[in-house]
Design a protein around this ligand. Structure first.
Ligand code: ATP
Ligand code: MG
Length: 282
């Protein structure tokens, strides 16, 4: 993976100070039901959200269940269209992209969900899972080269070579999440959305996967948007944090500032919910 890894392309290393991802005034409304007289009603899941993340950094979005985190994440992946507002990747608005430019975005921005079953097809061997994206995005010179890359990916996530011929169900939750991470990396992304990537795992396995994510971020200069309601994990992994309440960002800034001196009662409530043991990790 060292040779030919293009995680920083196409902008290259000169743009370090420019945000990789910018979310500008993004709102998402879902129709809920048709009221009397046929008037449409809407639920505002994401409400005028502004965010930006710099190259190689991690921004965490925290908030209670239903606050709009996943909806925001799906818009950032261009899987859900905002009702209004604009999202830019490396300065280019999603709305101005089409054709090959849109395909490039699909490659650049990857995701790891809480449930690896959601991202891993049970019918595909790990070899197929790791090379499928390479074929789509024309990475590698042929099957042999792609297999070599797949083996390198397994090495990066500390799984043995024989993993290649096995199926997702043959692995533990933590191992499956490593495979999902390798799969995300297989297309050489610059950005990864992590939506509760360790929430379904045992605590001991959680920290291994978190440490792996930190290691990979350094190795490949990855930019992360990290969605979580576990503030302990957030304080461990994130540079900045945005606190989301009912679709709105109520405060954001460096994670140490926000967690040490929360301005909002809502943030203090979230912090108070951290188990006592949580303070030891910091
Ligand atoms: N496709 C949809 N249609 C209608 N309402 C939706 C849809 N998706 C999400 N919502 C609503 O939008 C709100 C935000 O949901 P979302 O899944 O983004 O929250 P979340 O912060 O990710 O919660 P959790 O921590 O439980 O994962 C919720 O009220 C949810 O019911
Ligand atoms: Mg969610």
């Amino acid at each position: 993976m060292t040779s030919g890894y293009k995680g920083m392309s196409p902008s290259g290393p000169t743009d370090f100070d420019k945000p990789v991802l910018e979310v500008r005034g993004v709102t998402k409304q879902f129709p809920i039901r048709t009221g009397i007289l046929g008037r449409k009603q809407f639920h505002t899941a994401v409400d005028h959200v502004d965010l930006s993340i710099k190259q190689g950094k991690t921004l965490a979005v925290v908030g209670e269940s239903g606050s709009g985190k996943t909806t925001l994440g799906l818009m950032v992946l261009d899987l859900l269209k905002p009702t209004s507002g604009e999202i830019l990747y490396r300065g280019q608005p999603f709305s101005s992209r089409s054709g090959s430019n849109k395909r490039a975005l699909r490659r650049e921005m990857q995701v790891v969900f809480q449930d690896p079953y959601a991202s891993l097809n049970a019918r595909l061997t790990v070899r197929e899972a790791l090379t499928e994206g390479m074929v789509i995005h024309q990475i590698g010179t042929g099957p042999q080269d792609r297999e070599r890359r797949a083996l390198e990916l397994l090495d990066h996530v500390s799984l043995p070579a024989e993993t290649l011929d096995r199926y997702p169900h043959e692995f533990s939750g933590g191992q499956r999440q490593r495979i999902a991470i390798a799969r995300a990396l297989s297309v050489e992304p610059g950005f990864i959305l992590l939506d509760e990537p360790t929430s379904a795992l045992d605590v001991s396995v959680q920290s291994q996967v978190l440490n792996l994510l930190i290691k990979l971020q350094r190795e490949f200069n990855l930019t992360y948007l990290f969605i979580s309601h576990n503030l302990e994990v957030v304080s461990y992994l994130a540079d900045d944090v945005a606190v989301m309440e009912k679709g709105r960002i109520v405060e954001q800034g460096p994670v140490d500032d926000i967690f040490d001196r929360p301005a909002e009662a809502y943030t203090r409530r979230l912090l108070a919910a951290i188990p006592r043991i949580g303070t030891s990790i910091r």
